[in-house]
Design a protein around this ligand. Structure first.
Ligand SMILES: [Zn+2]
Length: 277
């Protein structure tokens, strides 16, 4: 097996970065991309800095052996030929999984960089941590790591029916799953039961873990679970949700794109229900 295959995260760059790197270049919230047919790629560029001396350039690791870095496009620098800035969501929908994951990581690191310049306790400018991807306050020694926000997602089933919901402003006709942030002090089980009940009025049983997906808007880690219905009829809370109802697996509304873990859980659940019922 090739040990370089796949993505290997790291935050200390090799001493020299002489060859072109796979670059996540940002301007505002947009990412520089190159279009090849229907898919988007990341450009390969010579980084502005080698090694670790640049405060505004972040080493991310290697993808299939290639170094990967993230930085903001310096003012006035021309775009490489054939490259364009695209929104992060369109990049994730149009790139392959490995590049979408890399861009998501880069986006989160750049957001953390932009929003962690000063100590939240004493206000002093922060310094780079000696060996972690972190910033440290020279006065009060507080350390600031990139933040990850845990989100639980629930697919509740009843016989051949799925509990689907839509938020106001979501794409017309499209439904998805209940999801929400885990609150301090909660277990994932508590958060799931609370979110499902608060948003839809339904009680659900023991959660069965499906999988997880980092979602960089701005720093979520979505953990998805399937649960069986235990009681109550769905009714949208009218605040967070516009609608919540059962759909038979043979007459489903428009669903999220396959890149989303919500859709992967829905497809997996439908396949299981079809095989047993
Ligand atoms: Zn401080």
């Amino acid at each position: 097996m090739n040990k370089n295959k796949g993505f290997h995260p790291a935050h200390r760059a090799p001493e020299t970065l002489e060859r072109p790197a796979l670059c996540c270049v940002f301007r505002g919230g947009q990412l520089l991309a190159q279009r090849t047919g229907a898919t988007l790629q990341l450009p390969r560029l010579h980084p502005a800095h080698s090694g670790n001396e640049a405060a505004d350039q972040h080493y991310l690791g290697t993808l299939d052996g290639e170094p990967c870095i993230a930085y903001m496009l310096p003012e006035g620098q021309p775009l490489p030929q054939g490259a364009e800035f695209v929104g992060m969501r369109s990049f994730i929908l149009q790139a392959d999984n490995a590049l979408a994951g890399l861009a998501g990581l880069a986006f989160q690191v750049m957001e953390w960089d932009r929003t962690h310049r000063f100590c939240g306790c004493c206000g002093k400018p922060l310094l780079a941590h000696a060996f972690d991807r972190a910033r440290e306050c020279p006065a009060c020694r507080l350390t600031f790591y990139p933040r990850i926000s845990p989100v639980v997602m629930a697919l509740v089933t009843r016989d051949r029916q799925l509990l689907l919901t839509r938020k106001p402003g979501y794409a017309a006709g499209r439904y998805t799953l209940v999801a929400g942030f885990v609150e301090p002090g909660e277990t994932l089980e508590h958060a799931l039961a609370r979110e499902v009940f608060e948003e839809t009025g339904v009680a659900a049983g023991k959660p069965l873990y499906f999988g997880s997906q980092p979602w960089p808007f701005p720093n979520s880690l979505v953990m998805a679970f399937a649960l069986e219905h235990e009681g109550g009829e769905p009714r949208a809370d009218g605040v967070e949700l516009e609608d919540a109802r059962w759909f038979d697996i043979d007459s489903l509304p428009e669903l999220p794109e396959p890149v989303h873990i919500s859709r992967q859980l829905i497809d997996d659940t439908i396949a299981k229900l079809r095989s047993v019922l």
